[in-house]
Design a protein around this ligand. Structure first.
Ligand SMILES: [Cu+2]
Length: 168
């Protein structure tokens, strides 16, 4: 909406410049550019986050934002498939973790729902593995601002199901 308004205004200003004073068109355009910079960008920051997952092996977003402190994440599975076939979880890591190496270890950890005990030191928090129609909520604390990776550790899902949690 804001973008459409901005473009219309720009067009109007240019037309006015052309009609009234042909020689000063460049000056008028510069003025319009200054106005454009005042348009605010909306960014959603919430420490009560809901992220969805589906039968197409996707999260609803690959970027989450929160403020340092307690963060609550609810993972919902909006699909219909069982967790043995299309299970999803949400695993968030300490900075510097190699998520591909973690994913490889996770694939061998079927007995613990693909959360390998050997890699626990890299994990800040994780939900349980859920199937279609289920959800799980976790609360954890991140005090250091930064960018934290999250993935679904079900075998093969890391290719599509990964994102960044940006803590400010
Ligand atoms: Cu998954």
């Amino acid at each position: 909406m804001k973008r459409i308004f901005k473009v219309s205004f720009l067009a109007l200003a240019t037309m006015f410049a052309l009609q009234s004073c042909g020689g000063k068109t460049t000056e008028k355009t510069e003025e319009t550019t200054t106005t454009e910079e005042t348009v605010a960008v909306d960014e959603t920051i919430s420490n009560d986050i809901t992220i969805e997952s589906n039968d197409a092996m996707q999260y609803s977003t690959n970027e989450l934002r929160a403020k340092a402190g307690e963060i609550t994440v609810t993972l919902k599975h909006t699909g219909k498939m069982e967790k043995t076939v299309m299970g999803h979880n949400f695993v968030v890591f300490k900075m510097g973790t190699d998520i591909n190496a973690y994913g490889a270890k996770a694939a061998d950890a079927k007995d613990t729902d693909y959360i390998p005990a050997s890699e626990a030191a890299s994990v800040i928090a994780h939900t349980k593995l859920i199937g279609g129609g289920e959800s799980d909520t976790i609360t954890f604390s991140i005090t250091e601002p930064g960018t934290y990776d999250y993935i679904c550790s079900f075998p093969g899902h890391l290719a599509l199901m990964k994102g960044k949690l940006i803590v400010e």
